[in-house]
Design a protein around this ligand. Structure first.
Ligand code: PEP
Ligand code: MG
Length: 756
């Protein structure tokens, strides 16, 4: 930058003054471009802003035809300006007309200018516009001039983001940043949430852009960097991360990046150009994010989010923001929008202020989703790009029924959703009224409707859903949300809290079911498995690590002292596994009684039926245990050879098909024959239509998520079970069924006025 024109520091100072003056937005913009042109000794300076219809509109110019302001337009990708916006990269050209993308716009009158320097106006990795300077002479702009223009573009990004320019837009031509957008993803938990965006680990808004004294600011930056490094070292040396595992690798990567010379140099350069340390972090991060946007390499993209996290941590160091400052200022209808999130982080938000959760990544089995489900909040996932499109405080709707979100929705859409919420609330009211009614079918058959649980947050639902007890308590969830193995006392405390909360209603604890898709970050199982679902998991793993199982058994026995204990073993493949587990249990019982501990009044041991091998030894199985619980999620995946987590195949095969229903009937009948109680606790039990099929093949006990109890009970009360059983018997015999079973069941339910 030439000294005669004052350099970047003088320019930034002038811009700051202009931002503070009480000017009309257009006047402010006109003055800004004039100031930039003068400072950079350029004949032209122009600003193009990106509209919602992907058109770049000329908003201000010094040097080009003033009549073309708000008239001249380029599509995204069209011309030099459109190319910069589309690629989010600057262009520095000494002969602009020679560039293949050059497009001639007669109204602006730029034919006289040869050299061209244009930079994207970026905010949080999104392009909001393009800022350009031009000169008649053929010259290449220097690196420091490019830096200065990029820094200026940041100031303009701030003006756009804070809504300063909205008043300059004509009706129907909104700016890209304010337009309504919808994202299509996947539903992770049912429910509708209307509220306002809270960005998880929000991009901290930097309001103080310009420094007074570069040397002092560089020192501030250095101090913050060294505190950041210390805090990472500190995390690495803490006992709970001193294990091998993903957590540690992530932190190691952070440490490496915090010392990355290139990153630190770019930060310092930006401060030397006049920015505050905070603004420098934001600028460097924004540039990097925009460049990485086009990378497809998953490893590099993953590294980018590490850098993002690191930049956020650095900003917090600089601004002295504690992580809990946000929780206090949280809106009452918060919808958390996050790239990804740990389960424990969600629990940090006060439940009474949460209306929904949106994730860019995640899977239905992610820990955070399991926790969100337990908290009863709607969750939509796989919303690529949601974080960068959303601003804190934006209105948003999460449709967990369909797996859609609407950001900045139009009023009529919002009204339609508000109606939907009211409708769902009325339905919930009906379910609440059913709560106290006995769980009997229309023809008086008693059916146990139980709920699935796994964390303390589930327990209030036991009372408010009217469930008859807990049919499946997934003990591994406590292990999954923890940073290290929960100690024996912690396990015992949870189990005894659960039994206290159940107030005498039956609770079935499943012993720890890890492996497969349930990995503990702090526990290295085996090196690599080709087929983890068929691998070292559940009972297979715990029998090989008896210390783990014995600790849990002891915690369960102690927690249930003086009351009944029901324990169930996951993924049993052969009866020998039940025998082995029983031996361990007996040993623990002997141990506790030797030391005079209170023992359970009754101990009932059950097996989960998830592996098809048990279907061929049903009578022996029934004789070997006190009860059986069908895990339909796993049983279906193994009977049909279809991965339960594979979304491409999820609708391909129907559990309500003749062969699978025959399998289920066989199991229910074996239970009836032997007098061994049989329950089903997979997802199948939670949908009224499939629960109807289960009643029809003989199940008299089913366990589901708490939210499903109401709808299933509403179905049960209207169902004549004996008639249904005869109907299914007819249709499961031979090849008589002409239509798919699901359709036949739907038709039958409709004829009988059964709500599904
Ligand atoms: C099942 O497999 O159906 C089951 C209930 O266990 P999980 O879903 O926890 O594997
Ligand atoms: Mg299972």
């Amino acid at each position: 930058m030439r000294d005669t024109a004052g350099g970047p520091r003088v320019l930034l100072k002038r811009l700051r003054e202009l931002m503070q003056e009480p000017l009309e937005p257009q006047t402010r913009l006109d003055r800004i471009v004039r100031e930039i042109a003068a400072n950079m000794v350029a004949e032209v300076c122009s600003l193009y802003v990106l509209r919602a219809d992907s058109v770049l509109e000329l908003y201000a110019t010094e040097g080009l035809n003033p009549g073309s302001v708000h008239q001249a337009q380029l599509r995204l990708g069209q011309g030099l300006v459109g190319t910069i916006a589309a690629s989010a990269r600057p262009l520095n050209l000494s002969e602009a007309q020679q560039h293949p993308a050059f497009a001639y716009l007669p109204e602006v009158g730029e034919e006289a200018y040869n050299s061209f320097l244009g930079v994207p106006v970026l905010r949080a990795g999104r392009t909001l516009g393009v800022l350009v300077v031009q000169n008649r002479t053929k010259r290449t702009y220097r690196e420091d001039e490019l830096e200065a223009l990029e820094t200026t573009a940041m100031v303009i990004a701030e003006m756009i983001a804070t809504g300063d320019l909205v008043r300059l837009t004509r009706p129907g031509l909104e700016l890209d940043l304010t337009r309504p957008v919808s994202f299509d993803g996947i539903s992770f938990n049912d429910g509708i949430g209307l509220g306002h965006v809270v960005l998880h680990e929000p991009r901290i808004v930097v309001t103080n852009l310009f420094n007074e004294d570069s040397d002092q600011e560089v020192r501030r930056l250095e101090q913050a960097l060294s505190s950041l490094r210390l805090s990472i070292d500190d995390m690495l040396s803490r006992r709970d991360v001193a294990f091998e595992g993903e957590h540690r690798q992530v932190l190691e990567a952070y440490r490496m990046f915090a010392n990355d010379r290139g990153w630190v140099r770019r930060l310092e350069e930006a401060v030397r150009n006049g920015l505050t340390a905070e603004a420098a972090v934001e600028k460097v991060q924004s540039d990097m994010r925009a460049r990485m946007l086009h990378m497809t390499d998953p490893y590099l993209r993953e590294r980018m989010s590490d850098f993002d996290d690191l930049a956020n941590r650095l900003l917090r160091q600089l601004m002295g923001h504690g992580p809990d400052a946000l929780a206090q200022t949280l809106p009452k209808d918060s919808i958390i929008v996050a790239r990804s999130m740990g389960a424990a982080e969600l629990l940090d938000y006060p439940r009474d202020r949460l209306r929904g959760l949106v994730l860019e990544d995640g899977a239905a089995t992610s820990h955070v989703v399991i926790v969100a489900r337990a908290m009863g909040i709607p969750v939509a996932g796989q919303m690529k790009g949601a974080v960068s499109m959303a601003e804190n405080g934006d209105a948003i709707i999460v449709d967990g029924e369909e797996g859609i979100i609407h950001l900045r929705p139009q009023p009529d859409l919002e009204a339609a959703y508000a109606e939907k919420v009211r409708f769902r609330a009325r339905r919930q009211e009906i379910y609440r009224e059913l709560r106290s009614q006995p769980s009997l079918s229309k023809d008086g058959v008693a059916v146990d409707l139980l709920m699935n649980a796994g964390l303390l947050v589930d327990l209030p639902h036991l009372a408010d859903s009217g469930a008859g007890g807990i049919g499946l308590f997934r003990t591994e969830l406590q292990f999954m949300v923890a940073a290290t193995f929960p100690r024996a006392e912690q396990q015992e405390r949870l189990y005894s809290d659960v039994l206290d909360a159940a107030r005498g209603k039956p609770v079935t604890f499943r012993t720890i079911d890890i492996g497969g898709d349930k990995v503990l970050p702090y526990f290295k199982s085996v090196s690599h498995e080709e087929n983890p679902a068929l691998g070292w998991r559940a009972i297979r793993l715990t029998l090989d690590r008896p210390g783990l199982l014995r600790t849990q058994i002891r915690a369960l026995l102690r927690a249930a002292g003086g009351r009944e204990l029901r324990m169930m073993l996951p993924m049993i493949t052969e009866l020998g596994e039940i025998r082995q587990a029983r031996e361990l249990i007996d040993r623990e019982v002997r141990h506790l009684s030797r030391f005079g501990h209170d023992l359970p009044t009754q101990l009932r041991l059950g097996a989960m039926l998830e592996v098809p091998s048990l279907i061929f030894q049903l009578d022996e199985l029934m004789a070997a245990v006190d009860f059986v619980s069908v895990g339909s999620n796993d049983l279906f995946q193994f009977v049909m050879a279809v991965d339960r987590g594979n979304t491409t195949l999820s609708d391909r095969f129907d559990p309500l098909s003749v062969p699978f229903l025959r399998v289920l009937r066989q199991i229910a009948e074996a239970g009836e024959r032997s007098g061994t109680p049989v329950t089903l606790c997979g997802e199948l039990a939670g949908k009224p239509i499939s629960a109807l099929a289960l009643l029809g093949v003989g199940f008299r006990s089913i366990s589901m998520s708490a939210a499903s109890i109401g709808p299933v009970k509403a179905m049960l009360i209207e169902t004549p079970v004996a008639e249904l059983r005869a109907f299914l018997a007819d249709n499961l015999a031979g090849n008589s069924a002409e239509l798919p079973m699901r359709m036949l069941l739907q038709g039958w339910a409709e004829e009988h006025g059964i709500p599904l």
